[in-house]
Ligand binder design. Structure first.
Ligand SMILES: *Cc1c(COP(=O)(O)O)cnc(C)c1O
Length: 429
């Protein structure tokens, strides 16, 4: 493998003159880990090739959508077939019905849904609809959970923002966030306090049912059950933001994985199979507030785009055909075993903590125990993460360039890939 990144550097030089920070989404800028972004050319299966011809085994999967790896033949075939029919109609199509019915067969509790084009649109719309359904304004989010970049959600948000060390975004007027209440993830006491003070004004609680934008933080202390109970008691809408967990954590999503049902869901990433599609939905009694049935307006020129619908449907069908969840869980168990074999020695004690749930995994550095909220994640050794990050790159492994991101297993990874992943950590912590 050539180690030159000359063409990447040249393109980034041109990009910086056109795009803020040289990128079209901040976390891509490598500010979190230092160094220059890599410019990619193509991908196939688990392999990602940059413009200099360097090949990486990819554990980022375009931040989650590519659960089948790059350019799965079934997905490409579906997109090509659709492309010869129409790229967009701006009118109803069969493709959107097929994908929606498939989604509902996995998550039957979601009675109605609507397709949009990004996770940001999905969460923004879900909050609007929850507000319309309850006639209330306030809502709760948790520090370190990322729900996209709508104004009202840019309050101590995690992911890219946390990486850049900003508590919130400039350009968001106070008025836009005055009804956003920020809680501490996994703090039952915290959420009890919030409801005791504002309960009757709270339209919704939006939560990543497993937080995967501040590294990987599992719900603990029956956190989700407490959210469910408080939302029931006060008549608030519980929204699970499953843009990341949907179609990955389990067939039935977080409700299946953790045994708690939300009132509304948001999806993105896998649902578009690598093309821009997302969705929000919920019980019919809530979704009937969406225009034109109800008075909560929400629209989109490219919503339900037939290419994206075809890619999403092909992805879910192929996941069914491959028994993807079993396959990914068995890869995950192999990763667990490698970590216990190679990383649990006294030498590593206190230097690295590892967590995995289905095909999500994460290493936290400079800590003995797993972080349970954003403050604990932020206290980890990000300098050590950055060092390991570049060791991974040099070993030909590509991960999301930030210590606040998770790694994703795809159906394409082999035991040798997992071993390499763990070896780099073991040799460099
Ligand atoms: C990625 C993500 C979003 C935002 O989705 P975009 O398509 O990037 O707008 C929202 N919520 C969660 C949990 C996410 O992981």
């Amino acid at each position: 493998m050539s180690v030159s990144r000359q063409r990447s550097a040249e393109l980034m030089g041109r990009s910086r003159k056109i795009f803020p920070g040289g990128v079209n989404s901040p976390v891509r800028s490598f500010r979190g880990v230092g160094g220059d972004p890599i410019v990619f050319s193509h991908g196939s299966g688990k392999y990602l090739t940059d413009v200099d011809g360097n090949v990486f085994v990819d554990f980022c999967g375009s931040w989650g959508p590519l659960i089948l790896g790059y350019s799965h033949p079934k997905v490409i075939e579906a997109v090509q077939k659709q492309a010869t029919r129409a790229l967009t109609f701006g009118a109803p199509s069969e493709e959107e019905v097929l994908l929606a019915e498939k989604i509902r067969s996995w998550i039957p509790q979601m009675e109605m849904m609507r397709f949009v084009s990004s996770g940001t649109e999905a969460t923004m719309s879900a909050i609007r609809v929850a507000r319309a359904a309850t006639g209330r304004s306030k809502f709760v989010k948790f520090e370190g959970c990322y729900h996209g970049h709508a104004d009202c959600l840019l309050v101590k948000a995690g992911s890219g923002l946390a990486t850049l060390g900003q508590a919130s975004s400039a350009g968001v007027p106070e008025g836009c966030v005055q009804d956003t209440i920020t809680g501490v993830y996994n703090s039952v006491e915290g959420i009890e306090g919030i409801f005791a003070q504002w309960g009757h004004d709270i339209a919704a609680v939006i939560v990543e049912p497993m937080a995967a934008n501040m590294g990987l933080v599992l719900p603990e202390n029956n956190f989700l059950a407490h959210l469910r109970r408080l939302c029931d008691k006060y008549g608030s809408v519980l929204i699970f933001d499953e843009v990341m967990t949907g179609f990955r954590i389990a067939r039935g999503g977080a409700a299946e994985a953790f045994g708690v049902q939300p009132d509304m869901w948001t999806f993105g990433k896998i649902v578009g199979g690598g093309l821009p599609a997302a969705a929000y939905g919920g019980r019919q009694s809530i979704m009937q507030h969406v225009a034109p049935l109800g008075r909560a307006y929400q629209a989109g020129t490219l919503s339900g785009n037939p290419l994206a619908m075809a890619a999403g449907l092909a992805t879910l069908q192929e996941m069914e055909r491959q028994n993807a969840f079993e396959k990914l869980e068995s890869a995950g168990k192999q990763l667990d075993a490698l970590v216990s074999a190679k990383l649990s020695s006294a030498k590593n004690a206190g230097k690295v903590a590892y967590v995995r749930k289905s095909s999500f995994f994460c290493f936290f550095f400079g800590t003995r125990s797993l972080p349970k909220n954003f403050a604990e994640v932020s206290a980890c050794d990000m300098a050590l993460f950055n060092k390991i990050y570049h060791c991974w790159l040099n070993a030909g492994l590509y991960m999301g360039p930030s210590g606040y991101e998770v790694g994703f297993l795809s159906t394409e990874h082999s035991p040798a890939d997992l071993e390499k992943l763990v070896d780099v950590v073991a040799q460099n912590v």
